[in-house]
Design a protein around this ligand. Structure first.
Ligand SMILES: C[S@@+](CC[C@H](N)C(=O)[O-])C[C@H]1O[C@@H](n2cnc3c(N)ncnc32)[C@H](O)[C@@H]1O
Length: 301
């Protein structure tokens, strides 16, 4: 039963659409693959949910600069490039700049569908006024952290991977945000949050995008379905009295926006505000198709 001060929960999902921008576009999709543009490179990647036929002729697909060849059901594999692969190349989303990279996990060192979250987070930070203190857990290469820093937040960015944090710092420098108040922390997300709860630290906004499975720097095992309830509970304890948001994102199969909203409703009882939930989707440049990419639920005061 919902008590009067529990958050209200949307009864319908929302679709947060990313339509592409100067440095990114979903050009076409079909036959289990997608064709995308990342700055000067066109790229073909597996996308099993694209069950339809592609719209563009085969020659356009064949002309792609890079094709990801998966070696297993998970994300591993290798890139086949027409020319020499650069170590990285600069891309941007508005004022936020970051490097594209051909990683061995089939992505390009950022997740374009997250642009819908970057936009929302930037607006939430600006709406909060002053310099809200925000936490980005599992922050990877830091684009969400930079979008929030650019909007005026003091950011704590946490990721287990030293390399990812190094890339995130490079992205901050590329964006001209290196002098902003951003704390870069290489640590297990759960350990960090447990310590922050013990210290009595508080945050005005939190975003977390945990993988299905991961490891902390000292081999700590992260399993989404086993560990997310406890982490969400700890994050709820970290919210300041005037906190503005808590955003949860997940890519795992078998998760859903409805499930994530159920978790937030459970952990944020008595906090008031509202929870909405749904999917993040990429919209093809011709507008003909959209691909659901990840699930989200978010609480806003
Ligand atoms: C799905 S990516 C997050 C994507 C990111 N939010 C973005 O939009 O670019 C998962 C990240 O979680 C990190 N990770 C995995 N296990 C972790 C753990 N136990 N603690 C902290 N970070 C972890 C990985 O290093 C990786 O950078």
């Amino acid at each position: 039963m919902r008590a009067p001060n529990d958050p209200t929960v949307s009864d319908l999902p929302s679709l947060m659409r990313t339509r592409g921008w100067a440095d990114y576009g979903l050009l076409d999709s079909g036959n289990g693959r997608k064709l995308e543009r990342y700055g000067r490179f066109t790229v073909v990647r597996p996308e099993p949910q694209c069950l339809w036929a592609p719209a563009l002729p085969a020659e356009v697909w064949e002309a792609a600069d890079a094709v990801f060849d998966p070696t297993d059901e998970e994300d591993a594999g290798r890139w086949k490039l027409k020319g020499k692969a650069p170590e990285s190349w600069p891309l941007g989303w508005g004022d936020v700049k970051f490097n594209g990279r051909f990683t061995s996990f089939r992505h390009l060192a950022f997740f374009p569908e997250q642009a819908a979250n970057w936009e929302w987070l930037g607006a939430a930070v600006r709406g909060a006024g002053g310099q809200p203190k925000v936490l980005n857990l599992f922050g990877y290469t830091g684009v969400a952290s930079l979008a929030m820093a650019a909007a005026g937040a003091a950011v704590t960015h946490v990721d287990a991977s030293k390399r990812a944090v190094g890339w995130a710092r490079e992205n901050a420098a590329l964006s001209g945000l290196a002098e902003r108040p951003i704390r870069w922390i290489t640590e297990d997300a759960r350990k960090y949050v447990q310590r922050e709860v013990r210290r009595g630290s508080k945050y005005d906004g939190i975003i977390l995008d945990p993988p299905k499975y991961g490891r902390g720097p000292d081999g700590e095992v992260w399993r989404l379905f086993e560990d997310l309830p406890e982490l969400a509970d700890l994050c709820a304890q970290l919210l300041s009295e005037n906190a503005k948001f808590l955003v949860l994102n997940a890519y795992a199969e078998r998760i859903s926006g409805a499930a994530l909203s159920g978790l937030l409703a459970d952990k944020l009882k008595g906090r008031g505000g509202a929870i909405d939930w749904g999917e993040l989707a990429l919209v093809q440049e011709d507008g003909a198709r959209e691909i659901g990419m990840s699930f989200f639920a978010r609480w806003q005061a």
